[in-house]
Design a protein around this ligand. Structure first.
Ligand code: FES
Length: 106
């Protein structure tokens, strides 16, 4: 993932400051995550690493989905696969448990 690090758009925002029905790529403890706050104000946090071969998904505000630029996989805001070739959902995080996130690489 280091190869594409330079072009990643990371925003150090608190996901709680997202408006309802707004999604963004954010960093939590230095890690790239995807956050979407639904219309009821509930946060949905996913890992932005595509489960196909590891590209970084981007937020699609029109469809409220996470779309992968590499081979076209698409995921719902809860991380479920909408379109392949990915077969596994994005990793999800419980925002209340986010303090327990550990760094996966480094
Ligand atoms: Fe995302 Fe292939 S890495 S579709």
């Amino acid at each position: 993932t280091n190869l594409i690090k330079g072009k990643l758009q990371m925003t150090n925002i608190n996901p709680e400051t997202l408006a309802n029905d707004e999604g963004a790529v954010i960093t939590i403890k230095g890690e790239r995550k995807g956050a979407y706050k639904d219309k009821d104000g509930q946060l949905h946090i996913v890992d932005t690493t595509c489960t196909h071969v590891g590209c970084e998904v981007e937020w699609n505000n029109g469809d409220r989905s996470w779309d992968c630029p590499c081979h076209g996989s698409r995921f719902s805001y809860t991380g479920e696969v909408l379109e392949g070739p990915a077969e596994k959902p994005l990793q999800k995080y419980d925002y209340k448990m986010i303090d327990n996130l550990t760094s996966e690489d480094s």
